[in-house]
Ligand binder design. Structure first.
Ligand code: H79
Length: 423
């Protein structure tokens, strides 16, 4: 793995921000497409784009103060509205009543806070002509379309230099060949050799981007799962299905156990204000992270025989999640078991069990065969998602089969259910 990936692999937690004209509609970032709003009508939204409550410092503080290491900002989503100053189109935030370059503001604020910066940019869009559909239908349009797309990206990485990640999206209707993606990345690298690419212009890029799920790529390579806090990226005024702080912590732990990053999203309202629910959830997650950061930062991949078993995991617990670092196994207890915690299947010797907190507390335990029993725990969970650190005599491994014992006779590998494995 190249050195430029070092910061990314250890970043673990980042803030995705979806903001644009769609935020004024309040029905998610796909409203223009899903409601077939004409380009002419959609453009009128720009006349109402004041962004009066958009505060780049506040956005970056929300990230930095809650343990995030980077911010990924929508420079232009599929609607085609640019949030930066550009000579290539009038459809941008400088030409709206806001008269502001919000990308420049975010980059400056992020740098002040020590955050790395990723620029999200949609390749195709629903406003510029010719568009991807024209490009498919007509070879002359294809040439124009590709040239304008490459020129747009060139201007973006020239204006914002240096940035850390280029996050392509909106790749339809082409794959790598159609986008001339190798030439695209080479052009960007010439301007910013250090830049990290995601894999959404048809090339694999430098990291994988599972969207809406937490699957670590197998075999492992750097990855980042992007997830929403409710069920939309762009602001949707009717979506109140917020994840709980415990769920977000669970996602973060899942990222840590797969040595990946969690990029969690906020969708500011049309005026730029951040929904209070998002702020609360992230503040609570951040508070937890200050206390328990060691169990998610710089972790190793934790999986028993991941390759051989083709992703089938025998290393889960009914009480919570595991992460690992060196000889330490961290058990994040999302579902508190009571005064006693039993963990079976450990394939190493436990030397010490510690309940982490402002003051770490050694816990009494016994380990017989592969059954570990920790006692004298509080009856009730001491706060949100407490963490027990098991200090082992070797790199921790855990495996329990589906049955109550492994048969002594040779048997087929009965664990995975083939119809339940996504290929
Ligand atoms: O910005 C967020 C989403 O709007 C964006 N990615 C995240 C980070 C996203 N854009 N597209 N997609 C996610 C998935 C697109 C799926 C598609 Fe289709 C398949 C586009 C075209 C074919 C299904 C059918 C959706 C539209 C038509």
């Amino acid at each position: 793995m190249s050195e430029k990936m070092d910061w990314f692999v250890n970043a673990r937690f980042g803030l995705f921000v979806h903001y644009g004209l769609y935020s004024l509609i309040g029905r998610g970032e796909w409203a223009m497409n899903r409601e077939r709003i004409s380009s002419g009508e959609y453009r009128k939204l720009a006349e109402k784009f004041t962004a009066e409550k958009f505060d780049a410092d506040a956005v970056c503080s929300l990230a930095a103060e809650n343990g995030m290491k980077y911010i990924t900002f929508t420079t232009m989503h599929h609607d085609g509205f640019r949030l930066y100053d550009t000579e290539l189109s009038d459809f941008n935030s400088m030409k709206s009543p806001a008269k502001r370059d919000l990308v420049a503001e975010i980059v400056a604020a992020a740098r002040k806070k020590g955050l790395k910066v990723a620029l999200y940019h949609s390749l195709n869009n629903w406003t510029d002509k010719p568009d991807g559909a024209d490009a498919i239908d007509n070879p002359a349009d294809y040439e124009k379309f590709i040239r304008s797309t490459h020129t747009r990206i060139k201007e973006l990485v020239t204006r914002f230099n240096p940035i850390d990640v280029l996050w392509y999206d909106g790749w339809w209707p082409f794959h790598a060949d159609g986008w001339q993606a190798t030439a695209m990345n080479d052009m960007v690298k010439e301007i910013q050799p250090h830049i990290i690419f995601n894999g959404r212009n048809g090339l694999p890029g430098d990291f994988s981007t599972p969207e809406g799920h937490m699957s670590a790529p197998s075999p492992w390579r750097p990855w980042e799962a992007c997830m929403t806090l409710n069920n939309h990226w762009g602001y949707h005024h009717g979506d109140h299905e917020w994840k709980s702080p415990a769920e977000v912590i669970g996602l973060l732990a899942k990222a840590a156990s797969g040595k990946g990053n969690l990029l969690i999203n906020i969708g500011p309202r049309g005026d730029g204000s951040i929904p209070e629910e998002s702020v609360n959830i992230l503040n609570q997650t951040g508070k937890w992270l200050k206390k328990y950061g060691e169990c998610v930062n710089d972790t190793d991949i934790f999986a028993f025989d991941l390759q051989e078993r083709g992703e089938h995991r025998g290393d889960w617990s009914h009480n919570g999640i595991f992460t690992a670092k060196g000889n330490f196994l961290y058990h994040l207890i999302r579902y508190w078991p009571g005064a006693e915690l039993i963990l079976s299947g450990l394939q190493c010797k436990v030397l010490k069990a510690v309940l982490l907190g402002e003051k770490n507390q050694d816990l009494p335990f016994t380990q017989k065969d592969d059954k570990l029993t920790i006692t004298e725990l509080p009856e009730r969970a001491p706060g949100l998602c407490p963490v027990i650190r098991l200090e082992c005599d070797s790199k921790p491994a855990l495996y329990l089969t589906g049955g109550m014992r492994v048969p002594e006779k040779a048997h087929p590998n009965y664990d995975p259910c083939s119809s339940d494995i996504a290929l």
